[in-house]
Design a protein around this ligand. Structure first.
Ligand code: AMP
Length: 382
């Protein structure tokens, strides 16, 4: 089978790699000729906006998907008229705009933090009166890994946030004093079967995911049900096919929807070694109309992102049940260069292994650049 993937970052690379044992050939469309997925499939280098390139890319494909959510919707719709394309372009429309996304969730009776639309300074001042301090100002579009958002803690911080926003359409959100952040990875088949992975506990710093633990400890059946109900509602409404990630805040035993990504997700990387079927394989199975794989856990797993620098490979591999994934990107501050997944039989053993990993990470080594040229992060893959 031939699968076309819009985007060629690390998520594309892990998709392409997981398809190899299943006899799936992936072709990537990616403007940057030096991106992580080039080692696992055929490459079409060109613009998402060029119909000639899109036509060449789609030739002979059985199905098309994408690995970042800022794919131009017009490109997805153009391709969807020629080939089956999953997840549906409507999922892109929802997730590309925080205002549309939050309203979409609220319409499905999913709890969201209080939010207002901000198109002018008056809107911002009115919003702050309504929501109080602290509040978070976020651009409606193209924000990721903490970019395009500003925490406003008092009157004195409003002017700076407003000028940084630079007239970009935005939303203002109540700051949520969450107990923890959780995410749910779910997959829906073409026949409408939904399977959910265990809830994942995530730690972000500076807006970037640093660490995930799966299954999240201390998850009550009611908490899991809230998350799974949200996934069923969203996927049902969108006639969704493929993997969907939903990020939540947990506050006092209640989940608040933060955002969703209509694609495989960084908080699901642990599933390569820590689940019966990885999120990547299940995404491919879903979009090809195949039976979904089991989503149960194999032990407990932690995933640690390697951001800006990577530790010494030999030291990491000395940790029992540690698996290193290195994306081959040029190192740069705040850039996701790879991740490590550690598997253990229980949380105690997992914490011991993570402790060892933290010691190693404290003396990181910046790798030699793999490519001659500095490469930009190709998408919002997070
Ligand atoms: P986002 O891009 O919306 O996922 O935000 C990135 C990270 O910023 C989240 O994972 C949280 O750690 C933090 N954050 C975003 N929105 C809020 C909020 N309303 N209240 C508290 N923390 C937030």
């Amino acid at each position: 089978m031939n699968v076309g993937i819009l985007g060629g970052g690390q998520l594309g690379r892990m998709l392409g790699w997981s398809g190899i044992p299943l006899g799936i050939r992936c072709r990537f469309l990616e403007p940057d000729p030096e991106s992580p997925a080039q080692t696992v499939g055929e490459w079409v280098s060109g613009s998402y906006h060029d119909p000639e390139i899109l036509g060449r890319f789609s030739h002979g494909l059985d199905v098309v998907t994408y690995e970042f959510e800022n794919v131009p919707v017009e490109a997805a719709e153009f391709l969807a008229n020629r080939r089956p394309l999953y997840p549906p372009p409507d999922a892109l429309k929802v997730s590309q705009d925080r205002w549309i996304e939050k309203q979409f969730a609220r319409d499905l009776l999913i709890d969201v933090p209080a939010f207002v639309s901000v198109g002018s300074r008056d809107d911002l001042d009115r919003g702050l009166k309504m929501l109080g301090y602290p509040a978070v100002l976020k651009t409606r579009r193209f924000g990721y890994d903490g970019r395009g958002q500003w925490l406003i803690r008092s009157d004195s911080e409003v002017d700076a946030a407003w000028s940084a926003l630079n007239q970009t359409p935005a939303i203002l959100e109540a700051f949520v004093p969450f107990d923890r952040e959780l995410s749910l990875l779910a997959v829906r088949s073409q026949q409408g079967t939904v399977r959910c992975y265990s809830l994942v506990q995530n730690l972000h710093e500076g807006g970037i995911l640093r660490q995930s633990i799966a299954p999240a400890p201390n998850v009550s059946p009611s908490l899991a049900k809230q998350a799974e109900d949200a996934a069923h509602a969203i996927m049902g409404r969108l006639s969704y096919v493929g993997v969907l990630a939903i990020e939540f805040f947990e506050v006092g035993g209640r989940l608040l929807f933060n955002e969703m990504a209509p694609r495989v997700h960084n908080s699901g990387h642990w599933s390569i070694e820590g689940a019966v079927t990885s999120q990547f394989e299940n995404h491919l199975r879903a979009i090809l109309g195949w039976e979904l794989g089991e989503t149960g856990n194999r032990g407990v797993a932690a995933m640690v992102n390697l951001i800006g620098t990577v530790p010494r490979v030999d030291e990491v591999l000395r940790i029992p049940h540690a698996h290193l994934h290195w994306y081959g990107k040029t190192p740069r501050p705040r850039r996701k260069l790879g991740h490590i997944t550690v598997i253990a039989k229980d949380q105690v053993e997992l914490q011991q292994r993570l402790g060892r990993l933290r010691e190693i990470a404290a003396s990181p080594r910046v790798p030699e650049p793999r490519h001659g040229a500095e490469i930009e992060n190709t998408g919002t893959a997070s």
